[in-house]
Design a protein around this ligand. Structure first.
Ligand code: SAT
Ligand code: MN
Length: 633
């Protein structure tokens, strides 16, 4: 009797799926003309010893196959097809739920190139550590080769990468988050450049051994970047930015180095289009640390009548100078990997609508009727749920139903307010750059830099409370310059210098204006002073008017703040005292922060650009003068 007849229906399905994949592999493989790529894939296969190698073609059936494989393996659960068509819920291992900054390394030849904010290892040493781990790491698994483009295929700003992975979850997510498959191989041609990304969950499967629903390696996790050779080796984690190598590893850590070398910017920024009631549109890019509301701002519904926001991207911006001397940005991604908890029809209806179908939910809770749920999704929680740890849950429970870093992976094109320009190959011209973070005190609602140099200074001293996007304690205040602390692939001091150099490349009038915003200022009782969300359009309106040259501002020791009455508060119930506090320059608070800023700066040693040291000195003088002027308080 042929052995296949004895297989369970699930196993038979798996064989069918694998055979189909094998055929698609032959087709895609025939199109790879790239000898170096083929040689690298063969070398990796020899090292990792997978059961088979599959080249991903990026097709719909391939995506469907990945979801089916995950459902069979117990990794994923189909959601109710009426409620969430073509969508699954994935629950990860509780030990693998966020980026692991502690195990993230920049492996440049010189330690000095990684700088004081990155973990550094010598590249040869790191490969000596990793090679034994990767040897045989894919035993019993399929090795997928994913050609992907960060940015619209063929855009002059886009870059190609190849991710090799043994995780169907990664393949499915990469389908949504990037442009993947045969089209990319065609563009790559026989000799195109690409970033080499190697990923394994680090859980080889011995023959006949049962697999775990979320294979990963509890003992060893390494997220390693080799900026000089444009390589990524990621081992042991299957989650988010650790494993979807196109995102943080390529589009930020490796790309920031490419951007430095080639004179452009790779930034942790959303991009939005802002149209005023007269139909004039500008584009804004904004850097906030992970889980500080980039997705909400990028797709906000303005409360101010007549104003419109359109989304270009929610996490990453690549910006290059156009022929006209202005900075143009593309969103290198094709999907959103958004934080689920806190997302609701109230806080972000456009994200909710985007995620209605064709989405992958990770570490959310599931309702009895097969839909997902997370904290604050609805005003009252369902009466019963299965939580992200697969345990029964009721509203009486003291623990959260969804993990705080639970995510939705959703195609960007499904966003109801996606910008018609979001895939424009040349990008969109940026008129304003925003920096911000979670700050309960000191930092006002909005502050405009008087120059690119002061803007760079404000970016460099950004600080924010830590969130669940990374493993570790939540709520600790830390300096997170440009929201790039976990994502800059080289010495942060050189990165600051690069920002200053970019500013010197064009006329000052052509550069975006720079603003520092803070939606999170609290009163003495710990309540947020500013309503946030759609009301942030009031701040954006002022920024629009500053760009247009009509908005009124006052000079203060820290920069330009809105003149009294310059922020449109029509239709908003907010007390004068509250508004005054939001826009108060807390001279004493800023003076009290100076030692921490100086300490932060000391870390960069001689790499700290003189221009920023001068900015700090000048700020200090202005603050001291203001303190004296105010009677020496
Ligand atoms: O890095 S992730 O993609 O997991 C999310 C984030 O931290 O922004
Ligand atoms: Mn991010």
């Amino acid at each position: 009797m042929p052995s296949q007849w004895r297989l369970s229906p699930e196993a038979r399905e798996s064989v069918r799926v694998r055979t189909a994949l094998h055929r698609s592999h032959e087709k895609a493989n025939a199109m790879s003309q790239h000898e170096l790529l083929e040689a690298w894939v063969n070398d990796v296969a020899t090292m990792c010893q997978p059961e088979q190698v599959v080249w991903c073609n990026g097709s719909e059936p391939e995506y469907a196959t990945m979801l089916r494989l995950m459902v069979q393996a117990g990794t994923a659960l189909w959601l109710d097809q009426g409620k969430r068509p073509n969508s699954v819920l994935v629950r990860s291992d509780p030990g693998d739920v966020a980026r692991v900054e502690e195990f993230t390394f920049i492996c440049s030849r010189s330690k000095d190139d990684a700088g004081p904010t990155n973990n550094w290892r010598d590249p040869a040493d790191m490969k000596r550590t990793l090679t034994p781990l990767f040897s045989g790491a894919m035993k019993g698994r399929t090795m997928y080769v994913i050609p992907y483009s960060m940015g619209p295929i063929g855009s002059p700003i886009a870059k190609i990468g190849i991710e090799i992975t043994d995780s169907p979850y990664v393949v499915a997510n990469m389908h949504v988050m990037a442009r993947v498959g045969s089209r990319v191989l065609e563009t790559l041609g026989a000799a195109g450049e690409f970033v080499k990304g190697l990923h394994s969950v680090g859980a080889p499967l011995e023959a006949n051994a049962p697999d775990s629903p979320w294979p990963c390696n509890p003992k060893n996790k390494y997220i390693c970047h080799f900026p000089e050779t444009r390589e990524i080796w990621s081992y042991g984690s299957g989650y988010g930015g650790n494993a979807l190598l196109g995102k943080k590893c390529h589009a930020l850590r490796i790309a920031s180095v490419q951007a430095r070398d080639e004179g452009w910017l790779a930034e942790h920024m959303l991009i939005l289009g802002l149209t005023n009631p007269e139909g004039r549109k500008i584009f804004v890019a904004a850097a906030f640390p992970s889980a500080c509301g980039k997705t909400n701002l990028a797709m906000m519904n303005p409360t101010l009548p007549g104003w419109k926001i359109e989304t270009v991207g929610d996490d990453i911006a690549w910006m290059k100078f156009g022929a006209d001397g202005r900075l143009y940005a593309i969103n290198p991604e094709a999907g959103f990997f958004g934080v689920a908890p806190g997302t609701s029809l109230k806080s972000n209806p456009n994200a909710m609508r985007a995620a209605e179908a064709n989405s992958i939910f990770t570490n959310c809770a599931v309702t009895p009727d097969g839909d997902v749920w997370w904290e604050e999704m609805t005003e009252t929680p369902p009466l019963e749920l299965v939580d992200w740890l697969r345990r029964p849950w009721t509203p009486k429970a003291t623990r959260k139903a969804a993990h705080p870093n639970a995510r939705f992976t959703t195609p960007a094109r499904q966003c109801p307010v996606i910008s018609p320009d979001w895939e424009k190959p040349g990008g969109v011209p940026i008129s304003a750059v925003l920096f911000g973070g979670r700050r309960a005190g000191v930092v006002p609602l909005v502050n405009e830099a008087t120059s690119w140099r002061q803007g760079t200074f404000l970016g460099s001293i950004m600080s924010s409370e830590t969130t669940a996007a990374a493993a570790g304690k939540v709520g600790n205040l830390r300096h997170d310059p440009f929201a790039m602390l976990p994502f800059c692939g080289y010495h942060m001091g050189d990165y600051f210098a690069h920002w200053l150099a970019v500013g010197a490349k064009t006329d000052a009038a052509k550069l975006p204006k720079v603003f520092y915003v803070n939606w999170f200022r609290k009163d003495d009782d710990g309540r947020f002073l500013w309503p946030g969300y759609g009301e942030n359009s009031r701040v954006l309106k002022w920024i629009f008017e500053r760009v247009a040259g009509t908005g009124k501002a006052v000079d203060t020791p820290i920069g330009r703040l809105p003149a009294p009455g310059a922020i449109d508060l029509s239709g908003l119930r907010i007390q004068d005292a509250q508004m005054a506090e939001l826009l108060r320059v807390d001279v004493e608070g800023w003076i009290a922060e100076l030692p921490a800023i100086r300490k932060h700066y000391e870390r960069f040693g001689s790499k700290l650009p003189r221009g920023l040291r001068d900015e700090l000195g000048a700020l200090e003088q202005r603050l001291q003068a203001a303190a004296v002027g105010a009677g020496g308080h």
